[in-house]
Design a protein around this ligand. Sequence first.
Ligand SMILES: *Cc1c(COP(=O)(O)O)cnc(C)c1O
Length: 247
Amino acid sequence: MTDSSATVRPDRRAELAAGLAQVRTRIVDACVDAGRDPADVTMIAVTKTYPAGDVLALAGLGVTDMGENRDQEAAGKAAEVAAAGVRPRWHFIGQLQRNKARSVVRYADVVHSVDSARLARALATAAADRERPLDVLLQVSIDGDAARGGALPGSAEPDVGLESVAEAVAGAPALRLAGLMAVAPLGWEPERAFARLAEVVAAFRAVHPGATALSAGMSGDLEIAIRYGATHVRVGSALLGMRSTLR
Ligand SMILES: *Cc1c(COP(=O)(O)O)cnc(C)c1O
């Protein structure tokens, strides 16, 4: 960790401001097209692979929510940002191993990727002495392929069936069941994926009316996700630039 990593050059700030203006316009336009209020859609800036300086610059431009997908990187970045006196809402959006739960609950405000009852229980234990409950979204599998992550809607499987995971979260005082999250499966048209997701969401909310959040949509498909009800879009490359690694 060096001082220079938490500062950002004026040209980078201008680049981020331009990316942000474009993404904000896309979100507003998508909301107008869908007859929705833009205030009901939160943009999460996915800062993975980018330095703490970019987070500080985005925060300075008014971005309140940041997303990360690897604990080791996120923990260091969150600490660096906090040391600069900035406290965004941190969303953990990546696949999470149970042995990382203790670390993640220290900096994350929301975990989007809970897809098993065992992971929910590990988070509940880890979050037991937090001041506020940890907001949890259940990641659902749209294509029913459990190997690719995501709880299975309509399955009675005790660990990865969506209702089992929901019960594990709802029964834990340290966790708050906030909603659902999904990623459009590779090879699926986003339209078909998010239409299917909207059906899962409707059925889920009938049982869990407080679980109102829907995290769906990324740089390439946020308009379609908003059309199908996304309340949180997770935007990386359209905001910060293409990442050199595939994640
Ligand atoms: C990286 C990532 C994103 C952002 O993807 P972009 O295509 O760069 O916008 C969104 N969600 C998850 C789960 C991610 O890992």
